[in-house]
Design a protein around this ligand. Structure first.
Ligand code: C2G
Length: 129
């Protein structure tokens, strides 16, 4: 069973996120999503509209997603690869190169983002930024 992992905030869940998760799952048989906690997001300078629990519940309702775990630090990725027996690490290509240090442990894949949609754009279009 090929195990895949991806990381993210997934706030104001939209079709760009869903397409990413769908393509992550297509890389294997079991998909883990490491979801940024509210505290970790504060460190990223991101304020989420939905709480960690609400974002986690939404992700768990997606049929491509098999497990949601908390992302609490930048550093946890190395231990996560071992702890969850990961074969493939996947991120959108806005992160290209940022996680190449994992290449000695797992396959690292950067997938094209869905260009026209983003949480920031949704907030801007709604006049809530
Ligand atoms: N994404 C995408 N297309 C979009 C928007 C996002 O493919 N239109 C992808 C991103 O490339 C990322 C994932 O969806 O792989 C989650 O995006 P965010 O929630 O914005 O995640 P981010 O804040 O980049 O956090 O340790 C890594 C970080 O936690 C990533």
């Amino acid at each position: 069973m090929r195990r895949v992992i991806t990381y993210g905030t997934f706030d104001l869940l939209h079709y760009g996120h869903i397409r990413l998760l769908q393509r992550c799952k297509a890389q294997g048989d079991y998909l883990i999503v490491a979801l940024s906690t509210d505290e970790f997001n504060a460190g990223k300078g991101k304020k989420c509209y939905f709480s960690y629990e609400d974002r986690k519940n939404m992700l768990e309702a997606i049929r491509f997603v098999d497990l949601v775990i908390p992302e609490e630090t930048w550093e946890q990725k190395v231990s996560d690869m071992e702890k969850y027996h990961i074969d493939t690490f996947v991120m959108g290509d806005d992160w290209t190169g940022e996680f190449d240090f994992l290449k000695d442990k797992v396959d690292v894949i950067y997938l094209p983002r869905t260009p026209e949609i983003s949480t920031t754009r949704i907030k801007s279009d709604l006049g809530t930024v």
